[in-house]
Design a protein around this ligand. Structure first.
Ligand code: APR
Length: 169
């Protein structure tokens, strides 16, 4: 049985098995949640992430969490929202599913996600929340027994409310 939960807060403070980073394909630093994760994890995270092969849009790869309270960071690269008619929905859903496939491979049973693509990548927040919840439900159903808890960690109350509404829907 896997619990899906929404919290409002800073993902870098969560002592879970893995937190997901909303990364760019080169897996460097960046802005937003990525900057916060790299700052909290320390310079070793940058070295480890930079040493990985580039990650394509909709894909993910893991590194240790270094100074973070979470054991792992799963670097997931969401779509840049352009018009909405370029397959952005499909790529966002795949990003969540791939992040959970990587989580399963490394044995992470408690995983926290930020709202991927809703900052610098400009994905509309309500639509992104619905896609995130649907994709996570699908991935959890496809991997029975793999996960104890999946957390949607939202930076603002508005984002948390959208995820709560999507979970209730
Ligand atoms: N904890 C949880 N969520 C956070 C935090 C935090 N500490 N800081 C920001 N967020 C939220 C933002 O409010 C936003 O809803 O993360 C969400 C994703 O925003 P971005 O970090 O801008 O990620 P994204 O839209 O996927 O853009 C990725 O930005 O940093 C660069 O290198 C990164 O190029 C990539 C792009």
């Amino acid at each position: 049985m896997t619990t899906l939960r929404v919290i409002e807060g800073d993902i870098t403070t969560l002592a879970v098995d893995a937190i997901v980073n909303a990364a760019a394909p080169g897996l460097g630093g960046g802005t937003g949640v990525s900057r916060a994760i790299h700052a909290a994890a320390g310079p070793q995270l940058f070295e480890a992430a930079s040493a990985l092969d580039p990650v394509g849009r909709g894909d993910a790869a893991a590194t240790p969490g270094f100074a973070l309270p979470s054991r792992w960071v799963i670097h997931a690269v969401g779509p840049i929202y352009v018009t909405g008619a370029l397959g952005e929905d499909t790529v966002l859903a795949r990003t969540y599913r791939r992040a959970l496939e990587v989580a399963q491979q490394i044995g992470a049973r408690r995983v926290a996600f930020p709202a991927i693509s809703t900052g610098a990548y400009r994905f509309p927040r309500e639509q992104a929340a619905r896609i995130a919840v649907a994709a996570v439900r699908e991935a959890v159903a496809a991997a029975p027994g793999a996960f104890d808890e999946i957390i949607f960690c939202c930076r603002t109350a508005g984002s948390a409310a959208l995820h709560q509404a999507a979970l209730a829907g």
